[in-house]
Design a protein around this ligand. Structure first.
Ligand SMILES: Nc1ncnc2c1ncn2[C@@H]1O[C@H](COP(=O)(O)OP(=O)(O)OP(=O)(O)O)[C@@H](O)[C@H]1O
Length: 300
């Protein structure tokens, strides 16, 4: 059986009156690449911080590599990039990597690490002279410096341009291909879609979905029917309509019925395509159906 690296078991975390996590459970197994999604305030960072031992649960149990995450020996096998990072501005990039790597018994090779994240060109630059995006990329790469078995990445690519984001994706994929496990939070659903194999959706501190990417996408059972037509009549079972230049996208739970009705209506159309919903559409449907959201009157 695959080894469980980290576990949250029926964990609740309160901040005063705010219930950030409400009896939430999560298992992270060796080699998994998990995307953790949820609207603002859903409890993602709180869960990451509990797993990393930076905060304690109000109730429930958190385990990291079979013990408590507050044990420094266990944390040595964990890599992490917090949302905010301060790097020493006077160090050169290579010195900074060496400094962090020196805290670990079997660190990753410095040049190999910089190469993995497309950062070799910054090797001799002083941290203080780097752009915000470059510092962010270094901070994410440093999460991998100790050759960890599990990496927790809380919004690692926020504020990065497309090229920098893709360079980080390559680094994360490379680490994962070598057997490493990753828990990744992001507001960029295409990032989760590009990287994750398993998707966990949190809403108001509770787990709303936890399954393979495919299964979560398919959870809402909605299909997207796309076509080009000058005019469309009212059609049955249409849940949503989007227009994009000359293309119209219809969301429906019954694509067969919709296409039959289109043909019966005698509407001229071309370029018909039917495909599953994107993760974004599934995410919106799942979080909108969250009973916690209805209770406080917000859906996202
Ligand atoms: N230190 C704190 N003190 C008080 N409340 C907090 C604290 N940290 C988090 N919270 C509250 O706990 C809830 C969950 O916050 P958390 O940061 O875990 O959510 P999140 O899903 O990571 O959100 P985001 O997507 O905005 O980063 C929120 O209501 C937040 O305001």
């Amino acid at each position: 059986m695959t080894e469980t690296l980290a576990q949250a078991i029926e964990v609740t975390r309160r901040y005063g009156d705010v219930v950030a996590l409400d009896t939430t459970s999560l298992d992270i197994r060796a080699g998994e690449l998990i995307g953790l999604l949820g609207p603002n305030g859903a409890g993602k960072s709180t869960l990451v911080n509990l797993l990393a031992g930076l905060r304690r649960p109000t109730s429930g149990t958190v385990r990291l590599f079979g013990g408590t995450p507050r044990d420094p020996a266990r944390r040595r096998e964990l890599g992490m990039t917090p949302q905010d990072t301060g790097l020493p501005s006077t160090l050169r990039v290579r010195e900074c990597v060496d400094f962090v790597a020196a805290h670990f018994p079997a660190p990753a090779g410095r040049d190999e690490l910089l190469d993995r994240f497309g950062l070799s060109g910054l090797r001799d630059r002083q941290i203080g002279g780097l752009s915000g995006g470059q510092k962010r990329r270094i901070a994410v790469a440093l999460a991998f410096a100790g050759n960890p078995r599990l990496v927790l990445l809380d919004e690692p690519t926020t504020g990065l341009d497309v090229e920098a984001r893709r360079a980080l994706w390559d680094g994360i994929r490379d680490y994962h291909a070598g057997g490493g496990a990753v828990l990744l939070t992001s507001h960029y659903l295409e990032e989760i879609e590009a990287l994750a194999e398993r998707v966990v959706v949190l809403g108001h501190g509770r787990t709303l979905a936890d399954d393979t990417l495919e299964a979560v996408r398919g959870m809402v059972g909605v299909r997207r029917v796309s076509l080009t037509a000058a005019h469309l009549p009212e059609l049955p079972g249409v849940l949503g309509v989007e227009r994009e230049e000359e293309r119209t996208h219809l969301l429906t739970a019954d694509a067969d019925l919709l296409v039959r009705e289109l043909v019966l209506a005698g509407v001229p159309f071309s370029g018909l395509e039917i495909r599953p919903t994107t993760l974004e559409e599934a995410f919106l449907a799942i979080t909108a159906a969250d009973p916690g959201a209805a209770a406080v009157g917000t859906a996202a």
